[in-house]
Design a binder for this molecule. Structure first.
Ligand SMILES: Nc1ncnc2c1ncn2[C@@H]1O[C@H](COP(=O)(O)OP(=O)(O)OP(=O)(O)O)[C@@H](O)[C@H]1O
Ligand SMILES: [Mg+2]
Length: 256
């Protein structure tokens, strides 16, 4: 069974169909990438899956459950985490604090238990810390754990955002342009992190990315979209060679 199944998903803003009948599925342990020109609707697909936006039609099934209309916090609790195209971290908190916030969807205690600091709360605090420290080790962020986000280089902040997502122990992670703004060397490292998430953590990865060398390297399958519509699905090489995809990127004239 697919981990994620997106069926005929659509949303319009005013008259603009930002996503228009998109279907695909992500298998367990797969790196699945969505590519397409600017404004194609890629981030909007992520916003629909993570339930920031309400689909006007279609269906989203995660691990056999229909999440099309479930609230965002439910979707996070079920095991979907994401990063944002424009990094969204608390700038005036440390790396550690940001990751503890990333554990929020996993809180198993009530506010009144927290207030009384019951043994259950102490146990759960220890557990949150342990998982967060594991993530810090995994992404080699130990040198930055007590540093404020605001003072960190951009490339490190991109990794911290992934760490925040991993802290919620997802089964599916949505990465919106993980390599945007990164140097060649940082992009190389990003490819390693993605491969490690897939191989060592057994995660499924749904990625949006423009850097085709990264896409070719890490993706099992690629879906190209343009103007909200699906164009081609296959390996990175197949999709890049597809006439409709070339046309969408270069314009009809150049493709012919
Ligand atoms: N909240 C919104 N309100 C109105 N229009 C929106 C909204 N979100 C997205 N859109 C529009 O939907 C279309 C798709 O946008 P989206 O951000 O999904 O593109 P994208 O493929 O992620 O592009 P990029 O590669 O530049 O990030 C665009 O025309 C955009 O202006
Ligand atoms: Mg986008």
């Amino acid at each position: 069974m697919s981990l994620l199944q997106v069926e005929n998903l659509s949303i319009a803003f005013g008259g603009v169909k930002a996503v228009d009948g998109v279907s695909f599925s992500v298998e367990p342990g797969e790196v699945f990438t969505i590519v397409g020109p600017n404004g194609a609707g890629k981030s909007t697909i992520f916003n629909l899956i993570s339930r920031l936006y309400e689909a006007s039609s279609g269906q989203i099934i995660f691990d056999g459950q229909d999440i099309t209309h479930r609230p965002a916090h439910d979707v996070a609790r079920l095991g979907i985490a994401r990063t944002f195209q424009n990094i969204e971290l608390f700038d005036h908190s440390t790396v550690l604090q940001n990751l503890l916030i990333g554990r929020h969807s996993r809180r198993g205690t009530h506010w009144w238990e927290d207030l009384l600091f019951l043994p259950k709360v102490r146990r759960s605090e220890r557990e949150h810390r342990r998982i967060v420290e594991e993530v810090i080790d995994f992404l080699e962020l130990a040198a930055y754990r007590d540093k404020l986000i605001a003072g960190l280089p951009y490339g490190v902040r991109k990794v911290v955002e992934i760490a925040r997502a991993l802290a919620s122990q997802p089964r599916l992670i949505l990465l919106d342009e993980p390599a945007s703004g990164l140097s060649v060397e940082e992009t190389q490292n990003m490819a390693w992190w993605i491969e490690d998430m897939q191989k060592d953590l057994g995660l499924s990865v749904l990625m949006v990315e423009h850097d085709m060398s990264l896409v070719s390297r890490v993706s099992d399958r690629v879906l190209a979209v343009a103007e909200g519509k699906p164009l081609a699905l296959g390996t990175a090489a197949e999709v890049q060679a597809h006439a409709k995809v070339i046309e969408a990127y270069l314009g009809t004239e150049a493709a012919s």
